[in-house]
Design a protein around this ligand. Structure first.
Ligand code: MG
Length: 307
């Protein structure tokens, strides 16, 4: 049994009242990270892999035993992770400035490390679409210093969002009008794409918001209006539930938005939260990467299928 933190739900709109159970508690699953990020759940094995970026390692939480072990070290200062339709781990690596895939035999393949003949910045977060394409963000956090990657120069003209074609493996630009693109997630039917911009980390009046795009064919998106502005620190990573609500990390925990853009409630966490991921056999357990710890909470809500 995991340690439990006191009840943690804050209702800001009546619609949030049915999205939690009053007796549920926040489980403290593991402590001792420096900057926990990138949770990815493997349903076949019932375990979670996540990144501890500055410590250059990935950790593994076994849902059946509560055991935590080192999954990979060094990890290339991995950040965001996801699981593709074949059950393979896809990883954004700050240190190696690439997106990689861990194959079924355990070998690691580079999927993308350059665009237009120049190195990527430091891929941050990645999501898989039903057609097998991979979409990822490429801000500069992993090359700004040696803290969470390798200090280096940006070779790109913009901090973009990219798509990896599932057939050819070719990289194409999805969006190039972000300051620091960060978390990324599709709506359950993939008609909408949500992308976080954490540009305020680098510009005094820069964005700390989520934008929403309409998804067209062949990797095209349109729209891109501001969906939500953070009221508490930065949004970073985000996931959707199967009714299209957005569960996003924030400075005081996890914020839940209705698809109409209303902040309807929060899960308060004792630390800054960087990312979240639905897991468990029924996808109703929300894993939460706080700064130094992995938390989780059981919800009466089901996460959207991500593959
Ligand atoms: Mg991120």
């Amino acid at each position: 049994m995991a340690d439990q933190v006191a009840s943690c739900f804050e209702v800001l709109d009546p619609r949030f009242e049915r999205l939690f159970v009053g007796t549920a508690r926040l489980d403290l699953l593991h402590a001792g990270c420096r900057w926990a990020e990138g949770p990815a759940y493997f349903p076949a094995g019932r375990y979670l892999v996540w990144s501890d970026i500055p410590n250059n390692r990935m950790l593994r939480f076994d849902e059946c035993s509560n055991a935590v072990s080192v999954f990979r070290q060094p990890s290339g200062n991995s950040n965001g992770n996801t699981v593709d339709q074949q059950g393979r781990l896809v990883t954004c690596e700050h240190g190696n400035r690439r997106v990689s895939r861990t194959e079924i035999d355990g070998s690691v393949t580079t999927l993308a490390d350059s665009y237009d003949g120049k190195r990527l910045n430091s891929p941050n977060d990645v999501v898989v679409k039903f057609d097998g394409s991979l979409w990822f963000t490429d801000p500069t956090y992993g090359i700004d210093s040696d803290y969470e990657g390798c200090k280096g120069e940006s070779e790109q003209k913009a901090n973009r969002v990219y798509r990896i074609d599932p057939q050819s493996g070719a990289l194409s630009v999805v969006a190039d009008d972000f300051v620091q693109p960060n978390g990324i997630a599709f709506s359950p039917d993939e008609s909408l794409l949500y992308i976080v911009d954490t540009g305020r980390s680098h510009r005094k009046d820069g964005p700390q918001h989520i934008r929403r795009f309409n998804v067209g064919n062949g990797g095209k998106i349109s729209g891109g209006e501001v969906f939500a502005k953070s009221s508490a620190g930065f949004f970073d990573g985000l996931r959707l539930d199967d009714e299209g609500r957005i569960w996003t990390s924030a400075g005081d925990g996890v914020h839940c938005y209705d698809p109409d853009g209303t902040l309807i409630g929060k899960i308060l966490v004792p630390e800054v939260v960087a990312n979240v991921c639905f897991g468990g056999p029924k996808r109703n357990y929300l894993y939460i990467c706080g700064t130094t710890a992995l938390y989780g909470v059981r919800l009466p809500v089901t996460g959207a299928r991500t593959f």
